[in-house]
Design a protein around this ligand. Sequence first.
Ligand SMILES: [Zn+2]
Ligand SMILES: [Zn+2]
Length: 298
Amino acid sequence: MSSIAITAFYKFVAMDERRLRAVRDSLESFADSRGVRGLVVLGGEGVNATVAGLPEVITAFKEHLAEIFPGEIVSFKDSSAEKMPFARFKVDLRSEIITTKDLSISSEESRGTHLTPSEWHRLIESDPDVVIVDTRNDYETEIGVFKGALDPKIKKFSEFQSYLEQGHLPRDKKLLLYCTGGIRCEKAVPEVKRLGYENVYQLEGGILRYLEEYPEGFFEGECFVFDHRVSVDARLQPTTIYKLCPHCGNPAKERLSCKNCGKDTIVCHACVPHEDKNACSKNCAYHIRRTAASRKAA
Ligand SMILES: [Zn+2]
Ligand SMILES: [Zn+2]
């Protein structure tokens, strides 16, 4: 039985400066007193967060959120772990809760586009013609995607718009967009519709919610998460395969021993071909480069 409960959620709700500060203070004092850790991003457009703590504390945290955002539906994606996946509790005030630069949410244009995990699953099962589109970044799609999904290979979500404008998506098919927990699609879907696409849908609650219901469904591989777990498997358990690459921060699984200090380490496949990155840390990489440079100079 896992001892730490983890929940991810987001909510679009307009907040002014005063309310933002009040929400931050309230969340911080709750987290302080109950040992909640995680990252909460707050902005004028809403909240986006992943938090962890003892199961009963996370239950209380959800009730606390319901008091802060009365009448708002907050959809939680739950998972669990043996170990606490965050070092501390942090509330970040940002202008956007998911960085897009230009895209804005539009409840008008996203109306009727949300599919529950079972609607999504049944649609893929029954319609071989649907086009599934991953809206996540390349380091995320690399370790797991929905079977047959289009992968835009973007480095960050703010590049998604230019991907759309390049016209890769077919106009005559049903487009099914998904992301980790649903929030990026809330911004991606209205944009796709603004570009004139009509049959556009998004997976409500993202991969995390889908896996709660369909661990053996159409999602293949692991799902990257933004905390110490790195990724979760189909049963929403912390990965046993990946670690974060000490050089680039992407998921890594290539084992080698550090060419500087000899320690066993794990590096990503993109960094392996670089001599200096056959190292356990940035510091060891620096020493390898320095040694190579002095050898050249000699
Ligand atoms: Zn790397
Ligand atoms: Zn080393």
